[in-house]
Design a protein around this ligand. Sequence first.
Ligand code: MN
Length: 344
Amino acid sequence: MLNSGMVDKFRRWIEVSDKIVLTCHVRPDGDAIGSTLGMMHLLQSLGKRANVVVPDQPPRSLAFLPGFKDICIYTRHEEYSRRLMSEADLIICSDFNKLSRQDHLAGLTEAATAKKVMVDHHQAPDDFCDLSFSYPDMSSASELMFRIIAAMGCYTEMNIDSATCICTGIITDTRNFSVNCKNPDLYEVLMRLLEKGVDKTKIVKEALLTQSLSSLKLKAYALSQKMEIFERWHGAVTTLDGEELKRFNYERGDTEGLVNEPLNVQGIYYSFFLREDEDCVKVSARSINDFPVSKICEDLYGGGGHLMAAGAEFKGSLEDCRRILIDALPNYLKYLPARPKKVE
Ligand code: MN
């Protein structure tokens, strides 16, 4: 499945490198952190000096991962990040395929003289690496990282710390094997990780299920008080303003997953969540049955994304943002199934 010439080249570059940096995208998620830390542990067991440098603070839900507290966070340790990046012989760019996805760290990656290797699973990669493993069919960068490690013949050297991080990346990107998990081979990867002693139950609990009490209450409030259901239009719109966010001590990530909740109701085909931010309204949209929320985000707010998972930033008031959406929704009813299910 992997190109063996590329794997050999990567392996040789690792062999001749002493200082290796692993890096990922801004607002790093379980896959970004899992794939970089997973490879870091492997490289350390091969005797390399390996460090993970990330653009900004990773979520607390990943703090259980071995090596988490040694991650160098650019927004906190700018000088140290600069040194690690400029002194590196090899930089592994995981879970992103455009420098702009690194935000303020992009300049350091670009300026670094190290050889760069991309390990990624997003569509349409940019050409900024010397070697690019780009496999959009993979569930996660972590799955791809595992396959590269195995293809290099390093499965034996993989320890439980490495396996735990890699497994976390796969579990978070597939939401515990409920999306992007059609490929039967993925379960062989899972089997190989479990054989290393990985505690899957703990990973699911820590990385996917655990949330703060205020986050749970904020989501419960949003769904019970602020979700509008448009039965005839088969959609849901949920809004939260700045005052409400403050009341529930909102922190970044607290409304994660909220936009998906209305889609669990039969007859609801799309869901919008509008959150008042400091200088804009953050719009996020999800749908089922190929209802094109990306088109709505683009038409109304100049945003975009995937067909069924899209977003935008609206410069204006929350109420204007909501009004524009509600007024426009009837124009998109043609994208619903011919006989949509009743909302109930
Ligand atoms: Mn990913």
